[in-house]
Design a protein around this ligand. Structure first.
Ligand code: GA4
Length: 319
C-alpha cells in the first residue's frame, strides 16, 4: 500500500497499491500458482504476454469507437438493450443508472451477425471483428481456467473451461463507452459497484483509467489503465465453485474529466442448464459447504431480478 487519499465521489477511502501482474510467458506451473494466489487475495489480476494479437484488439476498438461516435438516433437503432443491444445510462431493468453507453451481445455467431445489422453500415466487418475478438478472449479465459484448476490441484483440469467451451455456454460480451464528464464533479459513477455473476471476466480498456476494485468494504483501489493487457476478475460462480476460496471482487467504473474511456468485457458463463456446485476438493471439515447447488439459469434469473449492487450469492447460502 502506498497512498491513501479521499475519494471524489463520497467519503470513501482510496488506496493505491500494486495489484498482481501475471506474465503468461512464464512457465505454466509458476503461472498457475500465481493465478490461484491472486484469485485468493483479490479475485483480480492483470495478465501480460497473453498472446492475443494486437490487430484483433485494435480492430474491435476501432469498430466500437465508430459505433459510439454515431448520432443518438443512429445508435438507438441498435437498442433498447433488453438485455442485448444498445443501452444509454440505464443499466439492467431495475432502476440502475450510470454515465455510460454500451452494447451488449450474446456470443454465438448467428446472434452477432444478426445484431451487427442494426449497429454498423458494414455489418460483415463489424461482426467479424466481434467474433474474432470473442474467439480470442474465450480461448484465453479457458487457458486461465485450466491454469486455475492445475493450481488448485483439481485432477480434472478442464472442470471450469469445459463450461465455456460448451456450445451452449451462456457468455456475454460488452462494449462500454464512458464520455468525459465536463461539469462538476469531475468524476461520476459510470458503472456502479457490483460483482460479475459469471465464472470469469476478461476486461480490456483504452489508455484511460476509471476502473476501481473494492477488496474490502469502504476501500477502493484504482486500477491503472494498460491497453496492452487484460484485467481478469473472478465472478460469483467461481466463488461458489471454489467454496469461497476465491472471491468475486466488487468493482465499479468512474468517468473522468478529460477523455472518454472505452472498455470491452467478456463474461465467461456456463450453459443455462449446467448445475453449479462447489468442487468436492474445496469442501473439507474445516471448510464446510457454503452454497446450495444451482443451475446457471436459476442464478441468472435471480441476478436480473435484483439491483446492480445487491449481493445475489447470499441468497444461495446453505444457512
Ligand atoms: C453485471 C456484469 C455484466 O455487465 C452483465 C450486467 C447485467 C446487464 O447490464 O444487463 C446486469 C448486471 C451485470 C448484474 C445485475 C443486473 C444484470 C445489470 C443488472 C442490474 C451483462 C451481467 O451479466 O450482470
Amino acid at each position: 500500500m502506498v497512498v491513501a487519499s479521499p475519494n471524489p465521489i463520497r467519503n470513501e477511502k482510496i488506496q493505491v497499491f500494486d495489484l498482481p501482474v501475471i506474465d503468461l510467458s512464464a512457465p505454466r506451473s509458476v503461472v498457475s500458482k500465481l493465478i490461484v494466489k491472486a484469485c485468493e487475495d483479490y479475485g483480480f489480476f492483470k495478465v501480460i504476454n497473453h498472446g492475443i494479437p494486437e490487430e484483433v484488439i485494435s480492430r474491435m476498438e476501432g469498430e466500437s469507437l465508430a459505433f459510439f461516435s454515431k448520432t443518438v438516433s443512429e445508435k438507438q437503432r441498435a437498442g433498447p438493450a433488453n438485455p442485448f443491444g444498445y443501452g444509454c445510462k440505464n443499466i439492467g431493468h431495475n432502476g440502475d443508472m450510470g454515465e455510460v453507453e454500451y452494447l451488449l451481445f450474446n456470443t454465438d455467431k448467428p446472434s452477432i451477425a444478426q445484431r451487427s445489422k442494426t449497429i454498423s453500415n458494414e455489418p460483415t466487418k463489424f461482426s467479424a471483428a466481434v467474433s474474432d475478438y470473442i474467439e480470442a478472449v474465450s480461448d484465453l479465459a479457458c487457458e486461465l481456467l485450466e491454469g486455475i484448476a492445475e493450481g488448485l490441484w483439481v485432477p480434472d483440469t478442464s472442470v471450469f473451461s469445459r463450461l465455456i467451451r460448451d456450445v451452449e455456454s451462456d457468455s456475454v460480451f460488452r462494449l462500454n463507452y464512458y464520455p468525459p464528464t465536463s461539469s462538476s464533479p469531475t468524476s461520476k459513477v459510470g458503472f456502479g459497484e457490483h460483482t460479475d455473476p459469471q465464472i470469469l471476466t476478461l476486461l480490456r480498456s483504452n489508455d484511460v483509467g476509471g476502473l476501481q476494485i473494492s477488496p474490502q468494504d469502504g476501500v477502493w483501489v484504482p486500477v491503472p489503465s494498460d491497453p496492452a493487457a487484460f484485467w481478469v476478475n473472478v465472478g460469483d460462480v467461481l466463488q461458489a465453485m471454489t467454496n469461497e476460496r476465491f472471491v468475486s471482487v466488487k468493482h465499479r467504473a468512474l468517468t473522468n474529466s478529460f477523455k472518454s474511456r472505452m472498455s470491452m468485457a467478456y463474461f465467461a458463463g456456463p450453459p443455462l442448464n449446467a448445475s453449479m456446485r462447489a468442487l468436492p476438493e474445496m469442501v473439507t471439515p474445516e471448510h464446510p459447504l457454503i452454497y446450495k447447488a444451482f443451475t446457471w439459469a436459476e442464478y441468472k434469473k435471480t441476478t436480473y431480478s435484483l439491483r446492480l449492487s445487491d449481493s445475489r450469492l447470499n441468497l444461495f447460502r446453505i444457512s
